[in-house]
Design a protein around this ligand. Structure first.
Ligand SMILES: Cc1ncc(COP(=O)(O)O)c(C=O)c1O
Length: 473
């Protein structure tokens, strides 16, 4: 008997389907700047478009499946590669990443163990060295690629937790009264980390920020002293290199000094902002990422890799296996047979997410990437300036590539509600996509430019679109 699964494809069938799809994707990229950013459909409308078919009993021809999937995605998605997409911290994805994912899925190495993905493992290790080099972090650090910023920050958190209390891996969180420090602007990964890894969110000390949303070092010192007096064990200080709301960079040098003096692990969440450290005119705090014991940065943000790719860097490479290694009997690998990533992070089987990162870095090179990041920052500043040309708009903040502003003509009774409703209209408009930030109690419209397709003319359009949508209410 010769098996022939419906899942297999002969080369001609694959070639034909693949060529057609690549042509469609090339047209999609070309048309993106003129396309509708989102159809703005409701969940019910999207479900209707997908249909309610039960699991098919029999297979269908490749062409039908590929075509259906492409039409559904193309017509019922929010296109974050559109030049006027500036929401959250989601970048436009470099097309080379799509080719990388195709290749990675075809070869399908399991980068959990060296023997299962020899070249994949080496590509990941090289990508991590390149990222570290780009950020000014030691290239002989430990590191691992994970799914995104939450996971990359978790890795730093867990590495710190083990160093603070080795017994925690067997005894659990009861083994110590660990407490962590973060500014109140910190992304919710820290709540998830404290919750999921057994400390509980009450173990987080929320440190106040100054008028620029930067952690206040004096408030931090006072809190550490209070915790020591109460018999708690301070173990983790999380600084932000680019906060999610406004792109604020904490006073990293001062916080590093405090962490060193106090013997606390110093972690930096640079998921969004760390790549800006490579710019020649980056500020001194941003240029001080090397002071961290661990650093999170997301290739799927400011390295423009397609989702998903986060990167955790840990200065002492041994601290990763210290936190994650279990070597089961069924893994019978020679001791010196290469790097086994399953020993360095939370995952076991792992795909080659490194390829899209590595190919993206090769395509842009250090200088190309620096230039693109610098342009994003310049565009955010341009937006801040443009907004000030319109008396009905109030420019609030600009830092890195995030600018916040709001609609606030004199006499507006409840600007928060007005701007909340306005944001809803903007997000459904299909012309522009912004998100929001709360700044000193003000509901702000927020543009984050991590988008190599955005041009100065698009930025000039933003206030006009916003004011037109106000008028159309
Ligand atoms: C500063 C910061 N940290 C962490 C995260 C979480 O990253 P992810 O959504 O990739 O998990 C984000 C997301 O925007 C972020 O901006």
């Amino acid at each position: 008997m010769t098996r022939r699964s419906l899942l297999d494809m002969d080369p001609e069938e694959f070639r034909a389907a693949g060529h057609r799809l690549v042509d469609q994707i090339a047209d999609f990229y070309h048309a993106l700047p003129q396309a509708k950013l989102t159809p703005g459909e409701s969940p019910a409308e999207v479900r209707e478009a997908l249909g309610h078919a039960p699991l098919p009993e029999t297979g269908e021809p490749t062409e039908a499946t590929v075509n259906t999937a492409w039409q559904l995605l193309q017509n019922h998605s929010l296109h974050n590669g559109h030049p006027l997409f500036a929401g959250y911290v989601t970048s436009s994805a470099a097309p080379i990443g799509a080719l990388a994912d195709l290749m990675a899925a075809a070869v399908n190495p399991n980068v959990g163990a060296w023997i299962l993905g020899p070249m994949g493992t080496e590509i990941e290790a090289q990508s991590i060295r390149w990222i570290a080099d780009f950020l000014g972090y030691p290239t002989n650090s430990g590191g691992i690629l994970v799914s995104g910023g939450n996971m990359a920050n978790f890795v730093g958190f867990l590495a710190a937790r083990t160093q603070a209390c080795k017994a925690i891996r067997t005894e659990g969180a009861e083994a110590a009264k660990l407490v962590a420090y973060a500014s109140k602007e910190t992304h919710t990964w820290i709540q998830k980390a404290a919750d999921l890894f057994g400390l509980g969110t009450n173990a987080i000390r929320w440190i106040a920020t100054d008028q620029h949303q930067r952690m206040d070092p004096a408030a931090l010192c006072a809190q550490i002293a209070a915790d020591r007096a109460a018999g708690n064990q301070p173990f983790f200080l999380a600084a932000s290199a680019g906060t999610v709301s406004t792109g604020a960079v904490d006073p990293i040098r001062e916080l590093a000094r405090i962490a060193r003096t106090e013997g606390i692990w110093f972690h930096i969440d640079g998921a969004y902002g760390a790549p800006a450290a490579a710019l020649p005119d980056a500020d001194e705090d941003l240029k001080s990422l090397h002071l961290a014991d661990s650093l999170a940065v997301d290739p799927h943000k400011w390295f423009y890799a397609p989702l998903e790719a986060g990167c955790a860097l840990v200065k002492n490479p041994q601290h990763l296996p210290d936190a994650f290694d279990y070597s089961p009997a069924y893994y019978h690998f020679e001791a010196d047979a290469g790097l086994n990533y399953y020993q360095h992070g939370p995952q076991n089987s792992r795909g080659l997410r490194a390829l899209k990162v590595w190919m993206g870095l090769r395509a842009s090179g250090r200088q190309g990437l620096i230039q693109t990041i610098a342009e994003d920052i310049a565009l955010a500043r341009q937006l801040f300036d443009e907004v000030q040309k319109y008396p009905e708009l109030e420019a609030l903040t600009t830092s890195l590539s995030i600018t916040t502003f709001r609609y606030n003509p004199p006499g507006t009774a409840d600007p928060n509600t007005v701007n909340e409703r306005l944001l809803d209209r903007i997000q459904k408009s299909g012309e522009l996509f912004l998100s929001n930030a709360i700044i000193d109690g003000k509901f702000a419209l927020r543009a984050c430019i991590v988008n190599f397709r955005t041009q100065p003319r698009h930025i000039a359009e933003i206030p006009k679109i916003v004011l037109r949508l106000v008028a159309e209410r």
